[in-house]
Write a protein that binds this ligand. Structure first.
Ligand code: GCU
Length: 369
């Protein structure tokens, strides 16, 4: 698994997620949990770094509670603390329907650092709670490891994306303690670098039922090997934002063929839980074309696990933003997944038809399959 880069084989196409580094290709869904562990280990070792285990001392303090017009929604501000000497703190805003008759699904975003979500009213109108925190409270979006969680966990080699994903997990710890939130219907989202973090969070945590990164691009749902025109490269991202990743990732610059994974491995970790990637056709930097390729590759894993209707990919016109349309798309998909409504036809976005597929393998057909 953790083989030095010079010894890793060159693989021009997307690596086969069903093929371990040594031994036979896996054959049945029963083989997947072990293969999934290997894939997770690869991604953490080479790309993101390792996350500390969940702290056992999570505490919450209600700071304020505010009712919104006509009593339809309540916003609570909650301060979470955990970790060594209780020194990790996360301020959470939880907006929820005031009169839900049963525990409600929740959408969680860590992008409060960029301002509140544009669709809060719609989220609540549709019966969801909206949980928002500022991931940069957990780890700064800047180089340097003197602040945030880094000094609290000195033995860990995590970059900022992993630290932010860990922050999502701590909020999930809290959400699962609330009686008014359905622990089986937790969705995570985030935009761009926040989308990369949300995707990693969803990939690593089975409590998250739906993962929906938006315009997450390089290091998210975009591919390193298959780069559409104008898309961000491994070289650029690890030059400008080295602290998002494990330093080892930069060793693959110019040798992307030696990556023992591509980003479809990250998407595949979500399976068989639900995954929706949302993209913008004009956001070339985020590699909408490469995201179609990772989607198609990961779909093989979802289908193999009998979860072919749990993965979606969506494109809208326009550029790099997480706008109300993206949120509506997320909610439509979530409604389908959480309420058993079939809306899947709308979520099989593949506008880049005519491009060769970035992989030649297909899912194994299980015996008797
Ligand atoms: C930069 C970076 C992207 C990132 C984006 C964002 O453009 O190169 O990888 O997704 O910032 O977070 O908005």
């Amino acid at each position: 698994m953790t083989i030095p880069i010079d010894v890793l084989p060159s693989v021009e196409e997307f690596p086969d997620p069903f093929a371990p580094a040594s031994g036979d290709r896996i054959a049945t869904p029963a083989d997947w949990p072990e293969r999934r562990r290997q894939i997770r280990d690869l991604l953490l070792f080479y790309e993101y770094g390792h996350l500390p285990p969940p702290p056992a001392n999570l505490r919450s303090e209600l700071l304020s509670s505010l009712s919104f017009p006509e009593g339809r929604a309540v916003e609570e501000r909650v301060l979470l603390s955990c970790g060594p000497e209780d020194r990790v703190s996360i301020s959470l805003s939880l907006l929820r329907p005031a009169q839900a008759s049963r525990p409600c699904p929740v959408v969680l975003t860590g992008d409060l650092c960029w301002g509140p979500a544009p669709a809060a009213g719609e989220v609540v109108r549709r019966g969801y709670a909206l949980a928002q925190f500022d991931r940069t409270e957990v780890a700064p979006d800047a180089p340097g490891r003197d602040t945030g969680v880094y000094p609290l966990y000195p033995g860990y080699d995590w970059g900022a994306l992993a630290a932010w994903a860990w922050g999502y997990h701590r909020v999930v710890d809290y959400l699962t303690t609330r009686l008014d939130v359905d622990p089986n219907r937790i969705a995570v989202t985030g935009h761009s670098r926040g989308g990369k973090a949300a995707l990693l969070a969803g990939a690593l945590d089975d409590r998250i039922a739906l993962t929906t990164p938006n315009d997450s691009g390089c290091g998210g749902a975009g591919s390193f090997r298959h780069q559409g025109p104008g898309s961000e490269s491994l070289d650029t991202i690890t030059t400008v934002f080295p602290y998002w990743f494990h330093p080892r990732l930069r060793d693959f610059v110019g040798r992307e063929d030696r990556l023992p994974f591509d980003q479809h491995f990250l998407l595949a970790l979500v399976a068989p839980r639900a995954l929706l990637t949302t993209n913008a056709l004009g956001d070339l930097w985020a590699n909408p074309e490469g995201s179609q390729q990772t989607y198609l590759a990961a779909k093989q894993v979802f289908a193999f696990l009998g979860a072919g209707t749990r993965i979606g990919n969506h494109y809208r016109e326009g550029g790099h933003e997480h706008n109300a349309d993206d949120w509506n798309t997320l909610l439509d998909f979530a409604d389908g997944q959480f309420q058993g409504r079939s809306v899947m036809g709308h979520f099989d976005g593949r506008p880049f038809s005519g491009r060769a597929t970035a992989f030649s393998w297909t899912a194994p057909i299980p015996p008797n399959g």
